[in-house]
Write a protein that binds this ligand. Structure first.
Ligand SMILES: Nc1ncnc2c1ncn2[C@@H]1O[C@H](COP(=O)(O)OP(=O)(O)OP(=O)(O)O)[C@@H](O)[C@H]1O
Ligand SMILES: [Mg+2]
Length: 468
């Protein structure tokens, strides 16, 4: 658990990155210092070797060690202190060397001799007895393009090695201790950065299906975690809404079906107990049939809605001329509208074709017209507009009724939703019409919109994709 935590991985990554950077930097530092030190020694050795090989010292090059030392000290100065000088002939046979070399020779191997034979000088780091390292330069003395003598000048590397060893020691101590400090710092920083996550985890644990109103605490809405919490809160809001709707839906279904069932039972009981003649029975049975029809309507609507929402509704798609279809519907609604002195007018745009199921399309507009008729008071008017807007056919049903209060607008397409819940059941429907309009429009690749003015009147607009 600990090793799988984000805090641990963040700190680990931080540490690995820092370690790589530190190591690269230390290696670079070490190599630069070491090459500078070697360059300095090489420069000094070459200067001395060139002085020894100069024609001025030619007569002294074959002198005995003590004489050679003296001549070199006089000629070169204090720089010669601690340096080994050895002079050999073209075959590598040593014939003169400084006193400090004692019985030892500066190493001179065949490949170096060959390079010297070509007139080139070489720098080498060699081991000398007993066990210290020596840096040497091998400088050929050429006469008429021929190797005459070989001058070797060496210096012990003790100081350089000591300096480099000290640097190594400092790095070996400081890198692990810096990494330890970096680990502690990284652990602390990761902990601080992840603190809001722990907070979110705690508040998320309090949320359950029954308690969807709970929201996550947003510490800083502008950082990544704050934005995550806000997004989660929005999702929770939508979930809460969906849960509420489902809950309301189940209550509404039971309520809608219970009322006609209660009526049915009451009437049947009354009939069984009190009815004496067939006419009274007939009256009761007629009323029973009304309730049964009402219930089957609700159930049929619900079934259709579920099918449409699950995309299982089979549409018998045809090329439909909307203008003709709407004119037909206006004719159908003409009579009931006339009875209530409501004027229906249609403005068309000429033939406009969509691909749709004519029966379902009729269902959409009949529901809208039915609502408009139902909610428009006597003497009002209903307008039906058919327009062509880019690739859409736009059908608006506009009435002069009371409109819909703003608070109810977000729910108006929900199943069983009615603005006036207490409305008398005779003129009140079941509240399924608009949800069916919405599902059917969407099944046709369209959508439905609603505009209500505060002064009253509603405009339901259905958009359907046109075909050429
Ligand atoms: N044109 C309108 N003017 C005013 N209110 C409306 C209009 N259309 C719909 N409404 C409101 O929206 C509610 C839902 O309408 P919907 O068509 O879904 O149900 P309904 O007409 O009550 O019942 P059903 O259509 O199932 O017979 C209505 O009860 C009504 O309150
Ligand atoms: Mg309706």
């Amino acid at each position: 658990m600990f090793f799988k935590s984000i805090r641990f991985s963040l700190t680990l990554w931080y540490l690995v990155t820092s370690a790589v950077i530190l190591l690269l930097f230390s290696t670079f530092l070490y190599l630069t210092i070491s090459s500078r030190l070697f360059a300095e020694i090489d420069k000094e050795l070459l200067a001395i070797a060139e002085a020894v090989a100069s024609p001025t010292l030619e007569p002294f090059r074959k002198s005995a060690p003590s004489v050679l030392d003296q001549v070199l000290e006089d000629f070169i100065g204090p720089k010669i202190a601690g340096k080994f000088v050895q002079i050999s002939d073209a075959e590598g046979r040593v014939f003169s060397r400084s006193k400090n070399l004692q019985q030892f020779n500066l190493p001179l191997d065949k490949p170096t001799l060959m390079i010297a034979g070509m007139g080139k000088s070489t720098f080498q780091t060699r081991k000398m007895p007993p066990s210290y390292r020596v840096r040497t330069v091998v400088l050929p003395v050429m006469v008429d393009g021929r190797l005459e003598q070989i001058v070797q000048v060496g210096a012990p590397l003790t100081k350089v090695t000591e300096t480099l060893d000290k640097i190594l020691l400092v790095l070996a101590v400081s890198i692990p201790s810096s990494l330890l400090l970096l680990w502690c710092g990284g652990w602390f920083l990761a902990g601080r950065a992840l603190k809001p996550v722990a907070l979110i985890t705690r508040s998320a644990q309090k949320i359950s299906a029954e308690n969807l109103s709970h929201r996550l605490e947003v510490v800083n809405p502008n950082d990544e975690i704050g934005r995550l919490a806000e997004t989660f809160n929005h999702t929770l809001g939508r979930l809460e809404n969906a849960f509420d709707r489902t809950r309301r839906f189940s209550t509404d279904v039971s309520h809608e079906l219970r009322t006609p069932l209660t009526i049915l039972r009451g009437e049947v009981e009354v009939g069984l107990r009190w009815c004496g003649n067939p006419d009274e029975f007939k009256k009761i049975l007629k009323s029973n049939l009304e309730e049964i029809n009402r219930m089957s309507d609700i159930i049929a609507h619900l079934l259709e809605l579920s099918r449409a929402e699950e995309g299982e509704l089979t549409l018998d798609l045809k090329r439909v001329d909307l203008q003709a279809l709407l004119q037909d519907l206006v004719r159908q609604t003409g009579l009931p509208a006339e009875e209530r002195h409501i004027a229906i007018a249609m403005t068309g745009s000429g033939p406009l074709h969509v691909s749709g199921d004519p029966l379902r399309l009729k269902q959409i507009f009949l529901n809208l017209l039915d609502n408009a008729l139902k909610f428009t008071p006597t003497g009002g008017e209903i307008r039906l507009l058919l327009e062509h807007e880019r690739e859409w056919a736009k059908i608006s049903v506009i009435d002069s009724g009371p409109g819909i209060p703003e608070d109810d607008l977000p729910y108006i397409f929900d199943r069983f939703y009615r603005v006036d819940k207490a409305r008398n059941r005779k003129d009140g429907g079941s509240g399924l019409g608009l949800s069916l309009v919405k599902s059917l429009s969407e099944a046709h690749g369209g959508r439905v919109e609603l505009q209500c003015s505060p002064a009253g009147g509603c405009a339901f607009t259905v958009y359907l994709p046109t075909i050429p």
